[in-house]
Design a protein around this ligand. Structure first.
Ligand SMILES: [Zn+2]
Ligand SMILES: [Zn+2]
Length: 349
């Protein structure tokens, strides 16, 4: 239902734009000052849609605690230590986005708690893919903070991102893309996307977490989009700028950060005049797995029946869905079949 509403409002916005192509606000122009900025279009991409939900630091933390089994307002508040009002707003937002639902657990006094919906539960593979990336590249000396256990086979498990057709683990060089029925561009909604550092310092609050460490690197909207373009083979400053409609100063900032974090490397491709391009490092290439896990989630929950992008696995020659499998028994991983061992004190006890 939500999706239809969103589509309708997008269609409405489109109509408005054809009527008034310059997008200007008549009243404001009459006053002589304000003009609406030019509308910019971005590539339809389920990853972008997913990232804009996940990349709010607080929403991410709330969802993570839900996956750890939290559900009550006071529990969220004591684990995350955030102001009542902020928590209330975030919970309301996640509920209206369809990720959480409210369930009454006591009639008198009337009390309810938050539970993950099917859509929210299905984010689990995305978390697992981010977790694995963080464990591999960003773990501290003490090793990963958390070990996953697959209850179904009773083994400590390291999930793999695999091809749904042949079950083989996916490597970035083995995947090709083509446009799906939902391909195209949509108006870019640029509200509140530029906040970065302030939010991301909060991510590991109260819990060491490989997922949070991964999001610190790629969890800002623009960093992720720049990264996504790298996977599409877009490597040069002007090309990235054109394809994302990003301001040059923000792009420079994000490229520098991604280079400093070890995701991209700056390489000279021409001498006169000197020109550089940005290539993925081995660590950057490994981000591919969380990226396609997000793609799968976004396609399933945010794109209706029209995925913007179709993936083909070169090794087996078939179109595929990225699936997250247990490396021990080869079965798909589902949130309810997983438990974990913490390598740090549990903040819920
Ligand atoms: Zn395959
Ligand atoms: Zn297993």
């Amino acid at each position: 239902m939500q999706i239809t509403a969103r589509k309708k409002s997008a269609a409405l916005a489109q109509k408005k734009m054809t009527r008034k192509p310059d997008g200007s606000d008549r009243k404001a122009s009459a006053r002589g000052g304000y003009r609406k900025p030019l509308q910019i279009f971005e590539r339809n991409c389920s990853v972008g849609r997913t990232v804009s939900i996940l990349c709010n630091a607080w929403s991410f933390l709330i969802l993570r605690e839900c996956l750890f089994g939290a559900g009550r307002f006071q529990v969220f508040q004591s684990i995350l230590g955030l102001p009542r009002q902020t928590l209330a707003i975030r919970l309301k937002e996640l509920t209206s986005q369809g990720l959480l639902r409210q369930v009454q657990y006591s009639k008198r006094p009337r009390r309810s708690e938050y539970r993950l919906t099917k859509m929210g539960m299905d984010l689990y593979p995305v978390f697992v893919a981010l977790l694995k990336f963080g464990d591999k590249w960003l773990a501290s000396k003490e090793g990963p903070p958390l070990q996953l256990v697959h209850k179904r086979c009773n083994h400590a498990c390291n999930p793999i991102v695999a091809c749904s057709h042949c079950g083989e683990e996916i490597e970035v060089a083995q995947v090709t893309y083509r446009d799906g029925p939902g391909a195209g561009t949509s108006p870019l909604n640029r509200t509140k996307r530029n906040r970065r550092a302030s939010e991301h310092t909060r991510l590991e609050r109260r819990r060491p977490c490989s997922v949070a460490r991964s999001l610190k690197i790629i969890g800002d909207y623009w960093s992720f989009m720049v990264n996504r373009e790298s996977f599409f083979g877009v490597r040069r400053f002007d090309e990235i700028q054109n394809s994302l409609g990003i301001a040059p100063n923000i792009l420079t900032d994000r490229l520098n950060r991604l280079v400093a974090d070890g995701v991209l490397v700056r390489k000279k491709y021409q001498d006169l005049p000197e020109r550089f391009e940005y290539q993925l490092t081995p660590m950057g290439k490994d981000l591919y797995r969380p990226l396609i896990a997000m793609l799968r989630w976004g396609d399933r929950w945010l794109s209706g029946d029209e995925p913007p992008l179709i993936l083909t696995h070169r090794n087996c020659g078939h179109d595929f869905d990225p699936s997250i499998l247990c490396d021990q028994c080869g079965k798909p991983i589902e949130a309810r079949e997983m438990s974990y061992q913490l390598h740090y004190p549990n903040p819920m006890q």
